[in-house]
Ligand binder design. Structure first.
Ligand SMILES: Nc1ncnc2c1ncn2[C@@H]1O[C@H](COP(=O)(O)OP(=O)(O)OP(=O)(O)O)[C@@H](O)[C@H]1O
Length: 366
């Protein structure tokens, strides 16, 4: 029997905090998720000193939830809003090609809350409800378009189940870690790049769940020498799983961009992704429609293979910004496969990406 989320929330809402209020009154429980026999949530507090006083509250919540029928595991993370960004640590260093001695995918270390990453002004997650809608393609092209617009851009490929950024951005080789502590990112087309895929051994399949995944995300965010960036784009795995949760708990994410194709089924999944970010209290910056129309390279006829305008209509329904449509074009796939994103060129698709980049810059998130 699966655990009822509302019943579980009720179970802890009258726990009394050191300041005399109950958990329910203080309204500090965030991202409360029941996943099989596991319950995960975040306790959001004003700062690290308050977090330290909440040890008994956390222990009592854990005790009560574990006493409920059907609950096996309770994961509680305390977070405090990130303070002002610390001073930048200087320019990123190029990879020397030496093999890192780091072990990726360790258990997470204790952390008070979403940590600022030194030198990174803004973090934008790129998500989708389902796979194959072009999320990774949009992320790589947007990264290049932002770099062409003069922004200092990082790209973290967190799509652990199918990391494709190394191929799309044309980078390979294991990133170096000369001191075994810090990881040197790679660089291409003006973008600083790191992919979990680059840290895995050839042919290694990933079966991380929960804590190991959280540890790996923490390492990618905090142990990579990102240098000074205006924006770090994060290519998420499709769907609504542990990586999304870890990211929003570990890093101060400015917002999420959702990529969808216009078909109804894709839109259904996109809605789930929007709901998940809402639950995680991560602002949804807007929706992008990929594979919006097809322009025949021979006759110039424009066809709407998957329908058209569905994503814009959905954005309007949800009162979210519609950030733009991107055409289905053979060149986009060929460019992605060759490691030179199409937004490096001058054609209509490159212009569409330049507009998307301008929009994010204008909105102050890139
Ligand atoms: N606008 C487009 N025109 C033509 N091909 C495209 C376009 N967008 C994406 N593709 C192609 O579709 C395929 C899937 O794209 P991509 O890998 O970016 O999707 P994804 O949503 O990141 O999928 P997953 O999360 O499953 O990896 C790729 O071969 C890519 O080149």
């Amino acid at each position: 029997m699966s655990v009822n989320r509302e019943a579980a929330l009720r179970e802890i809402s009258d726990i009394v905090l050191p300041d005399g209020r109950t958990l329910g009154q203080a309204d500090i429980v965030r991202a409360f998720v029941v996943d099989g026999d596991t319950i995960r949530f975040v306790l959001e507090v004003a700062d690290a000193s308050v977090a330290r006083t909440l040890g008994p509250t956390e222990a009592e919540a854990r005790r009560r939830l574990q006493a409920m029928a059907g609950v096996g595991n309770v994961q509680i993370v305390m977070t405090a809003p990130a303070g002002p960004a610390p001073r930048p640590q200087g320019e990123p260093v190029r990879s020397s090609g030496a093999a890192p001695s780091l072990q990726i995918g360790r258990h997470p270390t204790a952390q008070a809350g979403p940590q600022p990453i030194p030198g990174i002004r803004s973090i934008v997650a790129i998500g989708s409800g389902k796979g194959g809608v072009g999320k990774s393609t949009v992320t790589s092209n947007l990264a290049v378009a932002l770099a062409r617009a003069g922004r200092r851009v990082g790209l973290l490929d967190a799509d652990i189940y199918g990391p494709s950024q190394p191929r799309m951005m044309g980078v390979s080789g294991r990133p170096a870690s000369p001191d075994g502590q810090r990881i040197e990112p790679l660089h291409a087309h003006g973008v600083t790049i790191m992919s979990l895929g680059l840290m895995l051994k050839e042919g290694e399949s990933v079966v991380w769940r929960g804590p190991m995944l959280m540890g790996a995300m923490q390492q990618m965010l905090q142990q990579v020498n990102w240098g000074e960036l205006d924006v770090l784009l994060i290519d998420l795995p499709p769907g609504t799983g542990d990586v999304q949760l870890s990211l929003c708990q570990k890093a101060a994410v400015s917002g999420a961009v959702i990529v969808s194709t216009p078909q109804d089924v894709a839109l259904l999944d996109a809605r789930r992704a929007i709901d998940m970010f809402n639950k995680l209290k991560t602002p949804v910056l807007g929706l992008v429609e990929n594979m919006s129309s097809y322009v025949c390279p021979n006759c110039g006829h424009e066809a709407h293979l998957f329908g058209h305008g569905g994503v814009a209509a959905e954005a309007e329904r949800r009162d979210l910004p519609f950030l733009g449509s991107l055409p289905l074009e053979l060149e986009v796939r060929l460019a992605g496969d060759s490691g030179r994103p199409v937004s490096l060129g001058e054609g209509p698709t490159a212009q569409a990406y330049a507009r998307l980049a301008e929009r994010l810059i204008r909105d102050g998130v890139a």
